[in-house]
Ligand binder design. Structure first.
Ligand code: PGA
Length: 250
């Protein structure tokens, strides 16, 4: 089955409202001819509304970088699924390695967020990936499958194929040390095989699996040539409209 490629910008904690608006204005003409792939921007929370206004009536999709699993309540500093829906978000990144390793999020917490996102009609982009010491100890496959297994626990079978998984080796994120196309291919094939064995070919063929970690205009095409890699989750190189447009038009 031909899956639609997805190129996702993860802006992390960058940009002002004005910078976000200028970015979208500069990006739009550069990607105007693109019809056969999805383009997603995940700004920090305070910029979501501005990006939503700037992308209205355009094909640009909108997502958040995190959310909490409760709908509302006494959770100072948190943002809920219904709030993201209210802001017209369609996607939410969950389990990003910075959430796991800077903010101490566990697989159990991430799973609760995944389930809440689905309940509210948001598409989760569940991130999985090994640390360098885990790779050196040959634990890569075990770590990826464990994060995946726990992350998608209790997700209804008919929803699995609509999710997005991002394979992001921790050692490749923001380091300039991108994974080889073969390593990315192998990890993504492992993820798809796991989904296939658990849920069958319907889900496995539909599921989009992205690579993330120091993706740049110069290396984007090498990933997209690999069988099974359906797009990229991009941090640093998504901040500049010129560079992000090159990634979209790889
Ligand atoms: P990077 O970040 O492209 O800056 O390596 C990727 C990510 O964290 O999603």
């Amino acid at each position: 089955m031909a899956r639609r490629p997805l190129i996702a910008a993860n802006w992390k904690m960058h940009k002002t409202v004005q910078e976000a608006k200028s970015f979208v204005a500069a990006l739009l003409p550069k990607i105007a001819a693109v019809r056969d792939r999805d383009v997603l921007i995940c700004p920090p929370f305070p910029l979501i509304h501005a990006v939503d206004q700037a992308r209205r009536d355009t094909p640009i999709l909108l997502g958040a970088q995190n959310m909490y699993f409760a709908d509302s309540g006494a959770f100072t500093g948190e943002v809920s699924g219904p709030m993201l829906k209210d802001l017209h978000c369609e996607f939410v990144i969950l389990g990003h390695s910075e959430r796991r390793w800077v903010f101490g999020e566990t697989d159990e917490l991430i799973n609760k967020k995944v389930l809440a996102a689905i309940t509210h009609g948001l598409i989760p982009i569940l991130c999985v990936g090994e640390k360098i010491e885990e790779r050196e100890q040959n634990l890569t496959e075990q770590v990826i499958l464990n994060q995946l297994d726990l992350g998608i626990k209790n997700v209804p079978e008919n929803v699995i194929g609509t999710m997005v998984i991002a394979y992001e080796p921790v050692w490749a994120i923001g380091t300039g040390r991108n994974a080889s196309a073969k390593d990315a291919h192998d990890a993504i094939a492992l993820i798809r095989e796991f989904i296939h064995s658990r849920f069958g070919s319907g889900a496995a063929d539909k599921l989009r699996i992205l690579y993330g970690g120091s993706v740049k205009p110069e290396n984007m095409a090498t990933y997209m040539r690999e069988e099974g890699i359906d797009g990229a989750l991009v941090g640093g190189a998504s901040l500049d409209p010129e560079s992000f447009a090159k990634l979209v038009t790889y």
